[in-house]
Design a protein around this ligand. Structure first.
Ligand code: TYD
Ligand code: MG
Length: 450
């Protein structure tokens, strides 16, 4: 059989028969690269697989317990701790703090008696040691390796049998059976596959670090996402101190869970109360600011939505959004115009989630609308008020999930009143004054007298 080269999209991992400028599968440009064929010849068949009835599996002993790291934010994102023999991908921009996080995690696990091996393919051992010293982890019983040949790494893992191995990063790893440079799609896929199957076979939990680059020059960890049990992304704005570890896929816990950290001079510190952090810079009440009581994963998080509305010198006014979906902004602006009769034509609109958090919940609609109206009317929203509720195209406000949790968190942080959809089930609202509103017109009338 001839070994024709295949073409793989570095953004989504789709394979194509021929090269193209744009990937049909995900629409990315210039992301398709030629991949060398695997150099494997015909292989003798292995011993046949064994079939086990599902009922027999169920009677096997209890699954082994999860291992807690002692870093509550990390354990929460993992779904309650590290599952033995699982494969975890930690992706993120270069320099965001992945190595720092994982070195700290390795030390935490090791101090709790878990055998940990940290393998760096990017830094020399002296550099890793320096970092450990800076983080105050010099005495942690973590085994350190600096190696990029995966075959050698697997041999070491097989001999050492740690409970957890951290591979930093997958882009530096290579297998001699694959004729491609480290970091290419073929190498990333092959090495990740070897690591994941090793994890399952030998009962070693593996954390794989993957850099994401926008250019797609280095194979993004996207190709690895399908192989692993858990995918975590480490995100944050460069100008901001805090970092968010977000579970986007988790076979052993809830997806969408977040852990919040702060980058300090001595490494990453956990932020147990993110609401306080995201709201910390609020002082005098200002028009254009609304506090949204949101839910991130299983936890309520309060964030400030800020809007600025100004006359536009342009024919087509600007719509600039940071931290929210721009399509959602358009929808809300259209609803305000069509159902409440408040147009934004000729006005530039800037919308921002303070602190750099990304809000994806539709429940943020009401806070967004409130921030927009407040900016446009130049009327501040009461400083002690939180808002939440989904806006439908008819302008009606729809109740959202976890009303009680949102209100409790707001009460805890000193808020005393909430604007929310009529018909919400507030439960024990923590003594908050509730202002239920049926639709956006009622809300606008009550808040701004418009
Ligand atoms: P790093 O973990 O090397 O990022 P990644 O592995 O994702 O590429 O983090 C590097 C950044 O973190 C660097 O800009 C310096 C900063 N940093 C601190 O601010 N404090 C610290 O204690 C450490 C170790 C790093
Ligand atoms: Mg690193």
């Amino acid at each position: 059989m001839s070994k024709a080269p295949t073409y793989t999209c570095t953004a989504c991992g789709a394979t194509h028969r021929k090269w193209a400028g744009r990937c049909d599968a995900c629409g990315a440009w210039n992301s398709i690269i030629e991949e060398a064929p695997l150099s494997a010849g015909p292989k003798p068949l292995g011993p046949r697989g064994r079939q086990i009835p599902l009922s027999d599996l169920a009677t096997e002993e209890e699954p082994p317990p999860r291992a807690g790291s002692g870093m509550a934010e990390l354990d929460r994102v993992l779904g309650g701790g590290l599952v033995p023999a699982s494969a975890i991908l930690v992706g993120g921009d270069p320099g965001i703090g992945k190595s720092t996080l994982l070195l700290q995690a390795a030390a935490s696990f090791a101090r709790r008696g878990l055998k940990c091996l940290y393998i760096s393919g990017e830094e020399a051992s002296a550099q890793v040691r320096m970092r450990a010293q800076r983080l105050g982890l010099k005495d942690a019983p973590v085994q350190l390796g600096t190696e990029t040949a995966l075959r050698d790494i697997l041999t070491t893992l097989d001999a050492e049998r740690p409970a957890l191995a951290i591979i930093d990063s997958i882009q530096t790893m290579w297998l001699d059976t694959v004729e491609a440079a480290p970091g290419s799609v073929s190498q990333v896929r092959a090495t990740a596959h070897e690591l994941v199957s090793f994890a399952k076979r030998r009962g070693v939990a593996v954390i794989i670090v993957g850099h994401v680059t926008k250019e797609g020059q280095i194979a993004g960890p996207r190709v690895v996402e399908h192989m692993v049990d858990t995918v975590l992304y480490f995100e944050g704005e460069r100008g901001h101190q805090f970092r968010i570890l977000r579970a986007v896929k988790n076979r052993f816990g809830p997806a969408d869970e977040i852990g919040v950290f702060e980058m300090t001079g001595a490494g990453l510190a956990e932020v147990a109360n993110p609401s306080a952090l995201f709201l910390s810079s609020r002082d005098a009440p200002a028009p254009g600011s609304a506090v949204f009581a949101g839910i991130e994963g299983t936890r309520p998080v309060l964030t400030e939505i800020q809007a600025l509305v100004a006359p536009s010198p342009l024919g087509t006014p600007r719509r600039t959004v940071v931290g929210l979906d721009s399509g959602r902004l358009s929808t809300i602006l259209a609803v305000l115009e069509a159902r409440v009769g408040i147009p934004f034509t000729g006005l530039d609109v800037f919308l921002n989630v303070a602190g750099g958090l990304r809000v994806t919940e539709p429940a943020a609609d009401l806070a967004v609308a409130a921030a927009l109206l407040s900016a446009r009317e130049d009327v501040a929203i009461p400083r002690d008020m939180v808002l939440f509720g989904e806006i439908s195209l008819s302008g009606a406000l729809r109740p959202v999930a976890q009303t009680e949790n949102r209100l409790k968190e707001a009460a805890k942080l000193g808020f005393t009143q909430a604007a929310l959809p009529k018909g919400s089930k507030p439960g024990a609202a923590g003594g908050m004054k509730l202002r239920g509103m049926a639709d956006l017109a009622a809300f606008t009338g009550e808040m701004f007298g418009a």
